[in-house]
Design a protein around this ligand. Structure first.
Ligand code: HEC
Ligand code: HEC
Length: 212
C-alpha cells in the first residue's frame, strides 16, 4: 500500500509539472491582447474585432488557435517568406512575438461576433444546399462537415466562417482556388474550391454571412 501511495504521489507530481510546463504557453492574456488590439489593430478590425469594412475580416469570435496560426502565417521568420501573403498584414504582424499573438487571440476569440446578413434571397437556398450537403455528383464536400453545422468552426482545427462579410469569404475562396492562398493544412481548402464554380462560391459566401 505504501508503495502504491508513493507511486501515486509521483504520478500526480509529474502531472502537475506537465501542466505548469504547458498552460502558460498556450493560454494568452486577454488584457494584454486587448491593449494591442485597441491601439494598433482597431484601425481596421475595430476595438472588439468587429470590423466594419468588408475588406477587413471580422476577427471577433474567431477560434483562438486559428487566429494564432494566421498571425504566424503572415509573419516572415527565420529567413523564410510568410506562408500567407497580404502586404498589409505581413507588415502589421511583423513586430509581434508568438506570446503576444496568443494574447491577441485570447482577447479576440472571447468577443461576440456581430454577424452580417445574407443579401441575395434568390441564392440563399442554393447556398444552404452547398453548405449543408455539398454536391456529391462532383465530389464537393459539405462545408458543414468541417466548419460545423452553424459554421462556428471547431477549436484547433477549423475556423468560424459564420457571420463573416460575404466579400471577404468570396475573396478567400477564390484565392484558395487560384492557388494564391496556400496555407491550408493538407490542401483542404484548395481541394474543396477547385470543385466550385463562381456561382457556387458567391451563393455560399452570401449564405454563411447570415449564419448564426
Ligand atoms: C491597415 C488595415 C489593417 C490593420 C491595421 C490590421 N489588419 Fe489584420 N487584416 C487586414 C486585411 C485587409 C486582412 C485580410 C487579408 C487577406 O485578404 O488575406 C486582415 C486579416 C487579418 C487576419 C486573418 C483573419 C482570417 O479570418 O483569416 C488576422 C488574424 C488579422 N488580420 C489580425 C490583425 C491584428 C492582430 C492586427 C493588429 C496587430 C491587425 N490585423 C491589423 C487589415 C488590417
Ligand atoms: C475537409 C475540411 C474542410 C471542408 C470540407 C471545408 N473547409 Fe473551409 N477550411 C478548412 C480549414 C482547415 C481551413 C483553415 C485554413 C488555414 O489554416 O489557413 C479552412 C478555411 C476556410 C476559410 C478561410 C477563413 C478565413 O477567415 O479566412 C473559408 C472562407 C472557408 N474555409 C470556407 C469554406 C466553405 C464555404 C466550404 C464549403 C464549400 C468549406 N470551407 C469546406 C477546412 C475545410
Amino acid at each position: 500500500m505504501k508503495r502504491f501511495m508513493t507511486l501515486l504521489a509521483c504520478t500526480v507530481a509529474a502531472m502537475s509539472v506537465f501542466a505548469a510546463d504547458h498552460a502558460p504557453v498556450l493560454a494568452g492574456d486577454p488584457a494584454k491582447g486587448q491593449q494591442i488590439v485597441s491601439t494598433v489593430c482597431s484601425a481596421c478590425h475595430n476595438a472588439d474585432g468587429n470590423s466594419t469594412l468588408p475588406t477587413n475580416p471580422k476577427l471577433a469570435g474567431q477560434q483562438a488557435d486559428y487566429l494564432v496560426k494566421q498571425m504566424k502565417n503572415f509573419k516572415a521568420e527565420d529567413g523564410k517568406p510568410a506562408e500567407r501573403i497580404n502586404p498589409v498584414m505581413n507588415a502589421m504582424i511583423a513586430a509581434y512575438t508568438e506570446a503576444q499573438m496568443r494574447d491577441i487571440a485570447a482577447f479576440l476569440s472571447a468577443q461576440k461576433r456581430n454577424g452580417e446578413i445574407a443579401k441575395n434571397s434568390e441564392t440563399i437556398e442554393f447556398g444552404r444546399q452547398i453548405f449543408r450537403a455539398g454536391d456529391q455528383s462532383k465530389g464537393l464536400p459539405a462545408c458543414a462537415g468541417c466548419h460545423g453545422p452553424t459554421g462556428a468552426g471547431v477549436p484547433a482545427q477549423y475556423p468560424r466562417i459564420s457571420g463573416q462579410f460575404a466579400e471577404y469569404t468570396e475573396s478567400q475562396l477564390k484565392g484558395f482556388r487560384a492557388g494564391e492562398r496556400t496555407n491550408d493544412p493538407n490542401r483542404m481548402m484548395r481541394m474543396v474550391t477547385t470543385k466550385m464554380t463562381d456561382a457556387e462560391i458567391k451563393a455560399v459566401s452570401d449564405y454563411v454571412a447570415g449564419l448564426r
